[in-house]
Design a protein around this ligand. Sequence first.
Ligand code: NAP
Ligand code: GDD
Length: 330
Amino acid sequence: MTKKRALITGITGQDGSYLAEYLLGLGYEVHGIVRRVALEDQKHRLWRLQDVIGKIKFHYGSLESYPSIFKIFQEVRPHECYHLAAQSFVSYSFEDEFSTFNSNINGTHFVLSSIKNACPECRFYFAASSEMFGKVEEVPQKETTRFHPRSVYGISKVAGYDLTRNYRGAYNIFAVSGILFNHESPRRGFEFVTRKITSAAARIKLGLQDKLQLGNLEASRDWGHSKEYVKAMHLMLKQNKPEDFVIGTGKTHTVREFADKAFGLLGLDYKKHIEVDKHLFRPSEVELLVADPSRAKKKLGWKYTMTFDQLVEDMVKHDYDYFSNKKGAT
Ligand code: NAP
Ligand code: GDD
């Protein structure tokens, strides 16, 4: 029997790496689109894929170029496509609105159009975001909650969500959006607040750093673990009907609570080390996100199993070991 082929954009990122491992475990042939520089500097750019690198077929292409994306779809003819590549850092979208739009809107459009023209049977997953709810119009947020984005990143994801819905309606493509709330892991980029906190707590404990500058400590997020969320992406493409789903834990915690927990695990008092820097506040903030994942539970059979404490512990333990080894090596 021929293996199912999955094509992942953004395979070098946090979710892409967990999804690749998960799909390989299910017997898929996994293909990934990467930027050319990634293949030139594998040590730094493919570190999240180090355990499975030999099992993945890489293709280089640019989200800015339709021909390069189209060619890959023509060659691979995937059964499933997970479109995860994006400028994913909300703060940066305030600094460079234009490149965020280019990557996130045009990039999504190029992928959808390639599927329509090269392999219309391919099932498509779009990485939509709880950031689309922005200034939330109801609590908790579910599939029917109105969008009110507060960043160019959020607006770009609403556009991607609308494009996905439009390709579903107009061209009969099996195209869905997963509206995922924040999800983290030891593979999270260091610029995101959770990893910024866990890495700093570890470094402070080891005497490598003394202070940590943060912005808004009162923002509240529904934080889950990436490893569990990628399973929901796959489940969405296994349904009989293409439908969008909200994925989250249903619980929310402030940045302050995350810091308290992370520092506390290392026997540190976060108040002694964290300094609030007004420059790190966003021009418009998303104050509170909390999911109602009940539809995903009922229809996909997806259920989140970890606690907030387990997530923080996983990240802190990893970062403490990581920086202990680094310190030992110097
Ligand atoms: P991530 O770690 O930042 O990974 C982003 C991926 O996109 C990387 O592989 C990156 O490649 C690639 N990429 C960025 N710009 C690109 C460009 N111009 N051309 C080609 N590739 C590009 O993000 P993540 O946390 O895994 O998230 C995956 C997706 O889910 C993103 O679309 C994000 O917006 C969305 N999302 C994430 C969350 C969350 O909490 N994690 C929640 C909701 C939605 P390089 O390695 O080459 O930079
Ligand atoms: N990054 C960062 N750095 N955030 C800070 C800091 C800081 O020093 N101090 C406070 N925060 C607050 C931000 O203002 C925000 O309210 C919250 O911490 C979370 O910020 P991030 O970790 O950068 O994530 P995000 O919520 O903006 O975006 C993430 O989740 C979205 C889903 O809701 C990203 O993964 C997006 O790609 C994703 O779509």
